[in-house]
Design a protein around this ligand. Structure first.
Ligand code: GDP
Ligand code: MG
Length: 594
């Protein structure tokens, strides 16, 4: 397959607009996977992806398709020619926008899928601009035209006015019924240019993604930009300077299919002796060892925007948690992990994530796949503090900020995001519902969206609003550390950094929440919120007098047993801090205060 007969493209869409379904249909249409065979939505491999209906990890597949493109036949005959189509899937969420932009860098075109009823949503906008900035040919696909509420003409107008995409270029499809799908691959072949690149030049490959396989070790997805890669070659990675032997190379069809070689413009997998995916930096350039090439542009190290402390609910599980985190990070090198020790919670880990969804996915994997009960502390964003001696530090853990530091801090900054919110404005005219959309852009502190912003937006708009954000710069803010004290002892794992203006209210809310979730115990518990030595809120939980079993009046034995059982279960999920038992739930509830 010479580059003229290769097309590299991706599918981009707002969540639920049908990206995975369309991808599956294309794989079926080309015979890459069997119709209705195996797992639905081949490209969404991970369990949590299927549960959440979003694509977290990029998956990529090569398809073969015969097509009669005018002037493409080498011998002048009018026969259909075989084409190699690489569908480079992109993660479906803004937390991974860097990975999306790396995937797009290996493409020359993208299918922009838009739901025929919902129209342009926040992630449609974000994805469109990522593709547009990568200079891709964009093919608008209006999907789900089988729905009774579909209104393709309105969506065409929207695409024209928002992105200047021509109505006549829009494909109309239903990935569900198959309607219009026959036009998709011809459009890909006709409209998207073949990959550029120097076939005879020195090898340069873009590292798109990596994962860990029990048997083969680290498997890298790559796009060959220039030159050619063969099994047995020695290659180096620009970002790490490491050199490896190429042990295996081939296509993802979609299962790994050995070819022994990858040519200019082709996309496939490479197995080297890499020990961990941490060595495979997404966006890195791979090249033949001992050659001198200019690295491909755009490489960035992962930037962590949300941090949380993860602790075993039961201190003795530390090794199990350690092991579980090691295993998970084998497949997701974008999580940063450092050991942390907390007076309240013991030994644990401070983990850094690309964003909130990334954190949720990681913690739910950790809970599910390894069955470890963990306590996660209130997520925090990386703040910057400047001290009177002129030094600046990034604070990823509120506990690390000394409580009486206010005098020594001369300035502080917080990260912000540029948020896009799209909300329909509904009005009724002669019983016909028309919907227009309000398109809003805000600069918000990242902290605001870390705490439940998305859920609240969804609930106040009955699910109609869509939301997306991109990283923006740091802005100055007056920040203080808010401590929580139980019987006079600060609980380091409950400390947060907040705006000084909000500190009082936050303190009050946190104390009220805790009062609700900490059970009465044999002694009085005083809960306080404090800034430095100044107490801003206080509550008391009075001591308990009666035994739990006293309620049963000796009668029903099964009821008694149930109560004891329940008590035991509760114990498992308790954390003793000083002398006070705090249920795990209390830690979770703290997350919901903003
Ligand atoms: P993704 O989040 O963009 O990957 O969206 P999915 O492919 O997972 O699709 C989201 C939902 O829409 C699923 O329940 C699909 O079955 C459904 N869906 C996808 N394409 C169509 C379509 O053309 N018509 C209808 N009615 N439903 C569709
Ligand atoms: Mg999907």
């Amino acid at each position: 397959y010479p580059p003229e007969r290769i097309r590299n493209f991706s599918i981009i869409a707002h969540v639920d607009h049908g990206k995975s379904t369309l991808a599956d249909r294309l794989l079926e249409l080309t015979g890459t996977i069997k119709r209705g065979h195996g797992q639905p939505q081949y490209l969404d491999k991970l369990q949590v992806e299927r549960e959440r209906g979003i694509t977290v990890k990029a998956q990529t597949a090569t398809m073969f398709h015969k097509y009669n493109l005018q002037g493409s036949s080498l011998d002048g005959s009018n026969e259909p020619q075989p084409f190699l189509l690489n569908l480079i899937d992109t993660p479906g969420h803004v937390d991974f926008s860097y990975e999306v932009s790396r995937s797009l860098a290996a493409c020359q075109g993208a299918l922009l899928v838009v739901d025929a009823a919902q129209g342009v949503q926040a992630q449609t906008v974000a994805n469109f601009y990522l593709a547009f900035e990568s200079n891709l040919t964009i093919i608008p696909v209006i999907n789900k035209i089988d729905q009774p509420t579909a209104d393709p003409d309105r969506i065409k107008d929207q695409l024209k006015s928002m992105f200047d995409l021509e109505p006549s270029d829009c494909l109309l499809t239903s990935a569900k019924t198959g309607q219009g799908l026959e036009h998709v691959l011809p459009a890909v072949i006709e409209r998207i240019p073949p990959p550029p690149g120097e076939g005879s030049g020195l090898l340069r490959m873009l590292l798109l993604d990596s994962y860990y396989d029990e048997y083969k070790g680290v498997i890298c997805h790559v796009a060959v930009v220039d030159g050619m890669l063969r099994k047995g070659d020695k290659i180096s990675a620009a970002a790490t300077g490491q050199t490896y032997d190429v042990l295996d190379v081939g296509f993802m069809h979609p299962e790994l299919t050995q070819t022994g070689v990858l040519l200019t413009g082709q996309v496939g997998y490479v197995v080297t002796g890499m020990r961990s995916t941490k060595e495979a930096r997404i966006g890195d350039t791979l090249f033949h060892a001992k050659t001198i090439v200019k690295p491909l542009p755009g490489f960035k190290a992962a930037r962590h925007m949300v941090f949380s402390g993860l602790f075993p609910a039961d201190g003795s599980d530390f090794e199990a948690l350690n092991h579980a985190i090691e295993r998970l990070t084998c497949n997701d090198a974008s999580v940063s992990v450092t050991k942390e020790s907390s007076t309240a919670l013991g030994l644990g880990f401070r983990c850094g994530f690309l964003g909130l969804l990334h954190m949720d996915v990681f913690i739910s994997d950790l809970n599910k796949e390894y069955g470890t009960h963990i306590i996660s502390t209130v997520p925090t964003v990386p703040y910057i503090f400047e001290y009177s001696d002129g030094s600046k530090v990034e604070v990823q853990n509120p506990a690390a900020l000394p409580s009486n530091s206010k005098q020594r801090v001369t300035a502080s900054w917080e990260p912000t995001v540029l948020a896009t919110i799209i909300i329909p404005i509904l009005d009724s005219i002669d019983h016909v519902w028309c919907s227009q959309r309000a398109f809003m852009k805000y600069r918000l502190p990242l902290r605001e969206i870390v705490v439940d912003f998305y859920n609240e937006l969804k609930s106040i708009t009955s699910g109609y609003a869509s939301f997306d954000y991109e990283d923006s710069e740091y802005q100055q803010a007056d920040l203080v550390k808010l401590d929580i004290l139980l019987n006079g002892q600060a609980v380091d794992a409950m400390a947060t950094i907040v705006h000084s203006l909000k500190a009082q209210r936050m303190g009050r809310e946190l104390v009220d929440k805790l009062k609700k979730f900490i059970d009465r115990q044999m002694f009085e518990i005083i809960i306080q919120a404090a800034i430095g030595s100044k107490v801003v809120a206080r509550e008391t939980i009075s001591a308990m007098r009666k035994n739990v079993l006293a309620k049963c009046y000796g009668g029903d034995i099964t009821r008694k047993r149930k109560l004891l059982e329940k008590q035991k279960e509760g114990k498992k999920r308790m954390k003793r801090v000083g002398s006070v038992d705090i249920p795990q739930e209390a830690f979770h509830q703290l997350l919901k205060v903003s």
